[in-house]
Structure formats: C-alpha cells, structure tokens
Design a protein around this ligand. Sequence first.
Ligand SMILES: [Zn+2]
Length: 413
Amino acid sequence: MAASQVIADLRALAALTSDAQGAQRVAWGPVWRDARRWFADLLARDGLRAEVDVAGNNWVTLPGARPETVVIGGHLDSVPNGGWLDGALGVLAGVEALRRHAGRTPPVTLAVVDFADEEGARFSRSLLGSSGASASLVPDTVRDLVDKQGTRLVDALAENGVDLDRMTGARRALEARRPLAYLELHIEQGPVLEAQGRSTGAVIGTYGVERHVLRFVGQAAHSGSTPIAMRRDAFLAAAETALACRDIARRHSTPESGVVCTVGTVKVEPGIVTAVPGVCEISLDQRALEPATLQQALADAREAASRAAAANNVTVEWRHVWRIDPYRFDPRLVALCTEAVQEVTGHAPCLPSGPLHDAVEMARVMPAVMMFAKSTNGLSHCKEEDTPEADLEATIEAFQRLVDKTVATVAAG
Ligand SMILES: [Zn+2]
C-alpha cells in the first residue's frame, strides 16, 4: 500500500538523521544536508530530481498536460532533538503523490517543495525559506541574526549557496510555475484530534499572534521589615496579570475556536530570597483565529495589567515583540479537504492550527489548505513525537485523495 511506503521512507530518514535524543536535521547544518542528499537518492529511484531555488527551497516537479501547478509542501529540517514526523511527513506524502501520477501525465503540473528552515531553530527566524518564496521576507530584519556559536545567518546561508539579498527572487520563480493551489500535510502538534478519537482533521486556518513583554516596576525592599500593605511588589502585579490573562482567554474561547495565552518567561529583580521584587518582566503570547477576538483579548490584557499595577502600586510598560494576523484557509480547498477526510476515515473534524506553518506564507501567493494527523499525547519537537501507524496510514490516504480532488477541480476550472 502506498501509505506504508511513505511510513517506510519516514523511518529511513529518521534512522539516518537521528541520535538517541531525536532528529537533528537543523537547517543549514551537516545533518540537514545529509537529509537532502538522502532525499535526492530517494527521488532518483522514481526518475525524479530536485532543484534548489534562490531561497534554498528544494523543488521536485512532475510536468502535467498544462503548466499550471498544484504545489504540495513540507520541510525536511527539524528542531534539535526533534521528532520523525514534523515537516518530513508533508514532503514524503507529497513524493508519494508524484509516484502515483508518474508514468501518466496529470492534467496539471504537480510540484513538491521542501522548504528551507521552517523551524528557525538555529537563528530564531521561522518560515525563512517560504517567506523568501512569498517575498514577504525583509532581509534587513534578519541580516544581523547570529546563532549560539556566534555564526552569522548570512554566513550559514552562504555556506549553503544562498544569498540573503536574493532570497525573495524565489517569488518570481514560484509565479512562473503558475501556482493554483497549495496543500500541506502536517502533524497536529496538539491534543485535540486525539481527545476526539479521530486520526485526521481539516485545518480551517492558523491563529494570529500578539506577542509582548510587560515590565512592571515597583520598589525592592527588605522581606522582613516591609509590611505587606506598604510594599510595591512588581512580581505580584505580574502574577495577577498572568492569572487575569488566563481568564480572558477562557472568556473569549468558543467550542469552535479557542483563544490561548501564555506567560512563558518571568524575570525578577533583584532575584534574592530576602528582597521584595522591585522589577518583574513577563512575556505574553496571545493567539486567536478571529482578528476581532485577538484584538479584544489584547485590549482586555492591557486593562488587566493596568489594574494589577495600580493595585500593587507599581507601573507597567508594554513592549511589542511580534505580531501576525490570523489566516483563514481557502474555503473551497477546506471543503475538498473535509470531503477527502470524511471519505477515508468516516469523520471530518475541522480545527484551527495554533502553530504557524509554511502554508501561511504560501497563502500570500495562492489558495492554500492543510490537513492534520493526530499527534500522540499532543507532543512534537521532541523524540516522543509520534502518530499510531494506522492513523498515519489513514491520513496519508486521505491526503492523496485531497491531491486528486484538487487536481480534478483546478483542471476543470
Ligand atoms: Zn513543521
């Protein structure tokens, strides 16, 4: 069966590029290059070959009767100590779609793309290759990035034949393909499908993100001599804000679409057991699928932080870190995806994606949709990342159906 070949390919790639801690295919490094060499050999067995664009993305093309192209995407790069499915599942399920059409000319052209540096694990910039291909990349915003060893991004790119200032030229090459639709199969990386007892879901869109750092400033003082009522405790103000943000997320969540917020970092000064914290900085990451909901959750958080600051007699300042709008996938493609999942598995749960994916960059260029496979225990980016084989097979089958339905639809239109 076709799906079992994809799983065998995934296991072979994992065996070649993992150690005891998990997958080590960090973009622009030697193991990632090994993965791409393995990929080239895999393609050669079916008479296919990959070409690299100016953004470092690897393209495999199966020419059809018409030049217009259905694009299937994923990424072979992983985080350090990563899993066997994140990214690679999309690429290898795409190759399977080409194999199924090889030998006969499909009505439109099919292309599989392995995006470079989706994870941003080394230089903290995700979606690098796909943002080159969509031309949303602004080179000056990443020019000065360095990794933990002090290597500059521009030098790591050059080592791989990529010139930062030419990366957005990949958009012209992509447009020359006349892209009609973008399809991506990925693991969910969350617990929702597993909790529903479902193997596969259609993805309706990706959450927007508002990311800030909040700095609370009060007064450091001795922990023994300062009465509670007279303190200006910056940590307590931050803690009250974090709890309020959890309530805000709950209040704005609906059964169809959740709102999430995370305080992921806390920094306290002076950081001494005998001192009332005079300064506290927290990060706040808020996500939602509806733009208006996200903006309301942010406004509510600002109000809650001001209230907590006043209650503790401290000040609060907000520093903007990063934001991205929510994105809704193409309704026609979501409908095809739902149909494909329903036909193969008997159910068609629809869910949003909390993490971002290359599909968001491709959606700037053409209609896009994603399909998710269940993640065991909701885990990813670790060696425990897994999906039961039967669920993986069903999902890969459903994805092949989505490819066929999309090809038929765009060929008819
Ligand atoms: Zn991924």
